[in-house]
Design a binder for this molecule. Structure first.
Ligand code: EZ4
Ligand code: CO
Length: 402
């Protein structure tokens, strides 16, 4: 089998998605997700201008060799643009390989280790009472695990706190929105939220919270400690993980489980955190961590160190990424949970998919490949629109992490 063509599509059915489609001389095709929120065209160019010409006429079954060709062969290793491009090709090649075998992808990984994949979704409110109701509505929908976020008194709407609706859609302004952050105002609000959540919804539901990298290690240690009575499933992205030593401090002070890694690109970003058992869940995901070839290695490495998997699955990864993740989730022995924030009908119409949701669990389906397709004609009707994630400043104007 030979690769005859590779096309790169950028489409915006409500938000931007980058998709790669690999064509072969035997008529089989495979698709992969290459979406990097706010930097979509950089990945599209990396693929079109630099990767595609090198892959024509190659054997698509040699996905391992092609992965290393793109990773080692480029000399300039790692980074989100490079790794999203590699991920897209790798995901498409695994899709092709599984279609050639006429099997769902999870069978090629070793088969199902479980019947269904536990997932968590999002709920938020500006006020604590609204957030409590929003979590209740998710429980009604069958969810067993919910990430709860709440508005911060004294701060205007901040991404990932209480505002409802999806941020960074095509409707946003075409330059990054500037938001205001105050850790002092945030810190007392979160234990108050979880106290109310446990009072209203009991001990059974898994509750999660995401801090979007906004704290320092000692602040994170304090928050993790303050949240202990509410038995969180996890506390996510407390501190920027560039300096991984910071997690040691948090660990020394708290038994609240910690999750991190949605912005990680390779196993090297995870190495210290996993080896030293400084985290409980690793959040690397197909599109941002180099595709199934690389992600399964991170997952196995995590398993050795009692770290469980929790693929990032917000709506800015396309349904193709979610589909591929679900095959890894169904297989991986040390599975933790899968994030599932859902998509609009408009988005899903561009990505016909075999995965299903029922009673709080997902299943990748049994279609050959990863089970997610791409409707090129429909995608054409939704051209790219520039959109950015917001930036975060402290009250005095200092640019901050988020
Ligand atoms: O802010 O994917 O856990 N999920 C998240 C997401 C991220 C977006 C960034 O592009 O933190 O909502
Ligand atoms: Co997150």
């Amino acid at each position: 089998m030979k690769i005859t063509d590779i096309k790169v599509f950028v489409t915006c059915p409500g938000r931007n998605f980058v998709t790669v489609k690999v064509y072969t001389d035997q008529g089989l095709t495979g698709v992969g997700d290459a979406t990097l929120n706010g930097r979509e065209l950089a990945v599209a160019s990396y693929l079109k201008d630099h990767v595609v010409p090198c892959l024509l006429d190659r054997d698509p079954m040699r996905s391992e060799d092609i992965w290393h060709y793109l990773y080692r062969g480029a000399y300039w290793r790692r980074g989100p643009v490079t790794m999203a491009a590699i991920a897209a090709i790798d995901t498409a090649l695994w899709d092709l390989k599984a279609k050639a075998a006429n099997m769902p992808l999870y069978q090629l990984l070793g088969g199902a280790s479980r019947d269904r994949v536990l997932c968590y979704t999002h709920a938020q409110g500006r006020e604590i009472s609204e957030a409590v109701d929003a979590v209740g509505a998710r429980i009604e929908q069958g969810y067993k695990a919910v990430r709860a976020q709440v508005g911060i008194p004294g701060l205007p709407d901040v991404y990932g706190t209480g505002s409802s609706g999806v941020t960074n859609t095509a409707a946003d302004s075409d330059l990054p929105k500037e938001e205001v952050w105050s850790t002092a105002k945030y810190m007392p609000r979160i234990p108050a939220l979880f106290e109310e959540l446990r009072a209203a919804h009991g001990a059974d539901v898994h509750l999660l919270h995401d801090t979007h990298h906004r704290l320092t290690p000692i602040e994170a240690a304090r928050l993790a400690k303050d949240l202990e009575p509410y038995r969180l499933f996890w506390l996510e992205d407390t501190v920027p993980a560039e300096n991984q030593d910071g997690f040691r401090l948090i660990r020394q002070h708290s038994t609240t489980p910690l999750a991190v890694g949605e912005v990680f690109n390779t196993i090297w970003d995870c190495k210290q955190l996993i080896e030293e058992q400084l985290i409980d869940f690793i959040r690397t995901t197909c599109v941002h961590a180099g595709g199934p070839t690389a992600l399964r290695r991170i997952m196995d490495f995590a398993g050795v160190h009692h770290v469980r998997t929790a693929c990032h699955g917000a709506a800015d990864m396309s349904p193709i990424c979610l589909g591929a993740n679900l095959h890894l989730d169904l297989w991986v022995p040390n599975f933790g949970i899968q994030e599932y924030s859902g998509y609009t009908d408009e988005m899903l119409s561009v990505f016909p998919h075999a995965w299903t949701f029922s009673d709080g669990y997902l299943h990748p389906g049994d279609a050959p490949g990863h089970g997610v397709d791409f409707d090129e004609t429909l995608a054409d009707k939704h051209p790219y629109q520039r959109a950015y994630l917001p930036v975060n400043r402290l009250e005095d104007g200092t640019l901050w992490h988020w």
